[in-house]
Write a protein that binds this ligand. Structure first.
Ligand code: ATP
Length: 340
């Protein structure tokens, strides 16, 4: 009998997060373990949970943990709107660990009722600059300026990452999305870098689309897209739009990737309207966990868990309300584990 080489347990930082975060992250941890994933979790608080306890949304222990494990699974964190409160922890984590690529696979899933079938695209978003630098100031009463920063270095880096990922995933076409007709210098620079990198990947077709037109085309014919490359702000908006194409926020996972660390998280936010009610869909967090398992080379449990999740969706018996069912997060997770 062939000897099976035991995988060494992988240390990983676990951030339960705010709102529905702790509910869906607990489900993901159970599912990963049941599928045979070998992860040693280092649980860390961040965001509101940490701010209320220690006065800081990003404690040093969290930074140390991610530096050590270099991989994390994160629940959504509350971001305060307007002038008050601390700056976005999500943005700060991306900056601290230089997680420059945000990756979201958007796929039609079995059994999920949505407007389209046959959607299968990957969205890659530059994660460190654009208007997310948070440089805003009032230049006169009633006049506020926000700065959009685009550099050749970050644009080339994300383009290289995107084309490399497209090649690994056997994608045939990368579409860069922009507004260079208006932001000629900034989006123009981003496009120039994407074109330059694209020329090195002759087997992948490269094209460009203005963001407003891209949104219209995506809601009409999403099946025609293969791989999208965007600057930070358009990426934020367009990737949520893409989640809607395949059944909503409760299903789409994501990764924030840098050269040293990667943090995996669902696309959805804290969902305050359903937090604490035990009805959040855990699958986006679980699919993010599957991405984490693949990232650390634990492919067998990742595949097992993905197959079970597809079966769970296809049988349409035990689903949370966002998918048209009546089940709780707990019941849906138990059914998923039973299907492993
Ligand atoms: P935040 O400010 O943290 O982004 P939000 O309410 O603006 O919170 P989301 O948390 O992404 O944005 O939620 C948008 C909608 O999608 C809400 O109605 C929410 O209930 C629903 N939703 C998000 N995630 C899930 C989930 N995992 N399961 C079920 N519904 C969800």
């Amino acid at each position: 009998m062939a000897r099976v080489r035991a995988t060494r347990p992988q240390p990983a930082t676990l951030i339960p997060g705010d709102g529905i975060g702790p509910e869906v992250i607990a489900a993901a941890v159970l599912a990963i373990e049941a599928a045979g994933g070998r992860i040693v979790w280092d649980v860390q608080k961040a965001g509101k949970a940490s701010f209320d306890e220690s006065g800081t949304p990003i404690p040093d222990s969290l930074i140390r943990s991610i530096r050590r494990t270099r991989v994390g699974l994160k629940g959504p964190l509350e971001t305060q709107v307007g002038r008050v409160g601390y700056r976005s922890v999500n943005v700060a984590l991306r900056k601290t660990f230089d997680l420059y690529a945000n990756v979201r696979p958007i796929r039609t899933l079995p059994g999920v009722r949505s407007a389209f079938s046959g959607v299968d695209l990957i969205v890659v978003r530059e994660n460190t600059e654009d208007v997310y630098s948070g440089i805003e100031h009032q230049i006169a009463p009633g006049v506020v300026e926000a700065v959009k920063v685009i550099t050749a270095r970050a644009s080339r880096r994300i383009a290289r990452y995107a084309f490399e990922l497209a090649r690994r995933e056997r994608r045939r076409r990368v579409t860069a999305i922009h507004k260079a007709n208006i932001m000629k210098l900034s989006d123009g620079l981003f496009l120039a870098c994407a074109r330059q990198v694209g020329k090195l990947h002759r087997r992948i077709k490269y094209d460009e689309l203005i963001v407003d037109n891209a949104c219209m085309q995506l809601v009409l014919r999403p099946q025609e897209f293969d791989f999208l490359l965007l600057v930070n702000l358009y990426g934020d908006i367009v990737s949520d739009l893409c989640s809607g194409l395949v059944g909503g926020l409760g299903l789409v996972p994501g990764a924030n990737v840098g050269d040293r660390c990667a943090i995996f998280e669902a696309v959805h936010g804290t969902a305050p309207d359903i937090a604490g009610k035990g009805v959040a869909n855990p699958l986006a967090a679980i699919f993010s966990g599957i991405m984490l398992l693949r990232h650390v080379g634990q492919t067998a449990p990742a595949n097992r868990l993905e197959r079970a999740a597809h079966r769970l969706l296809a049988e349409r018996r035990v689903l949370t309300p966002d998918l048209g069912g009546k089940a709780t997060t707990k019941k849906m997770t138990e059914r998923l584990i039973a299907l492993l």
